[in-house]
Write a protein that binds this ligand. Structure first.
Ligand SMILES: [Fe+2]
Length: 298
């Protein structure tokens, strides 16, 4: 894993997009020392006044672009709620426009997922072990299976004074090689076919059940496995990237193991990138797992 400054890549032309995609898909973080899109001073000031009280249950404040709705926020004055929705909506549209210009290939088939705002100091958060951000992990969504498509995230540190500190470890292909088979997780995720067909039937009959493809079953189990594995957390080959105030960085978080150690006030937009629009599809977690398993995973 390397932190790659955008200035080190071609400044324009088709090579720029291809190189950006390659750097990201190979498991690196692409960083802009200065945020390359506008967030107005008024919006920034509003965000810096937010506090997330009673955040024990929710991890983050999320903005859902499709329904133009904010979730995960403590009870607040209706005027504040409306403004927060407007500010996050503006941020989300701005990032999506910017990313669509840089990643024309991805944007043809991506799904714009949630945006989030993280107003709490990460160094002192109290969360359950599966929700903890300070343990190395790859991302997986418990309620939104990707079926082999990729989780791509763009972060901005809106804190005017303090950096955001991450820890990063090995990339998915290395970890899968080490743990996917030996942990038994790959076999377990592949074997649940019977359970899944029952679930599908139940779901078709209108019962409130959810079935996950083997890929998503594995990724979710792997996320928990890494966080629960004290020996791995202790021994991981970790680096500590520092993202200064106003930096923006982007990363496939299903690829790069990451943890947040310190920092307050980050914005983030998630995209689900279609498998068939990747530049280096062989490195994608699903390709790695299908090679190891010897069969399709989604
Ligand atoms: Fe994460």
């Amino acid at each position: 894993m390397a932190v790659v400054p955008i200035e080190s890549l071609p400044a324009s032309g088709p090579d720029r997009e291809r190189e950006c995609c390659r750097v990201l898909e190979e498991g690196n973080i692409l960083v802009f020392a200065e945020t390359p899109f506008a967030i107005s001073p008024v919006d920034r000031a509003f965000l810096l006044e937010r506090r997330q009280a009673d955040a024990g249950y929710h991890k983050n404040i999320a903005y859902r672009p499709k329904s133009d709705r904010v979730t995960g926020v403590a009870r607040q004055h209706p005027d504040d709620a409306r403004r927060l929705r407007e500010v996050l909506g503006r941020y989300s549209r701005t990032v999506v426009d910017f990313a669509a210009g840089l990643f024309t290939g991805y944007s043809r088939r991506w799904k714009v997922d949630y945006a989030s705002f993280r107003p709490q100091e990460e160094a002192s958060r109290k969360l359950s072990s599966h929700s903890r951000n300070d343990l190395l992990h790859v991302d997986a969504f418990p309620t939104r299976p990707t079926r082999g498509d990729r989780i791509f995230r763009i972060f901005t540190n809106v804190n005017p004074a303090a950096p955001r500190l991450w820890k990063t470890g090995e990339t998915f292909p290395e970890l899968a090689e080490r743990f996917a088979v030996s942990s038994g997780l790959l076999e377990r995720a592949s074997k649940q076919t019977v359970g899944r067909s029952l679930l599908k039937a139940a779901s078709a009959a209108g019962l409130p059940v959810r079935s996950r493809p083997p890929y998503d079953e594995f990724m979710l189990a792997f996320h928990n496995f890494l966080k629960e594995n004290g020996e791995y957390q202790e021994s991981a080959r970790a680096e500590r990237p520092v993202f200064p105030p106003d930096a923006t960085w982007m990363v496939f978080t299903d690829m790069v193991t990451h943890a947040v150690l310190q920092g307050q006030f980050a914005l983030e937009q998630t995209f689900i990138i279609g498998r068939e629009t990747l530049t280096v599809p062989d490195r994608a977690p699903i390709a790695v797992l299908e090679r190891l398993a010897g069969h399709a995973m989604a």
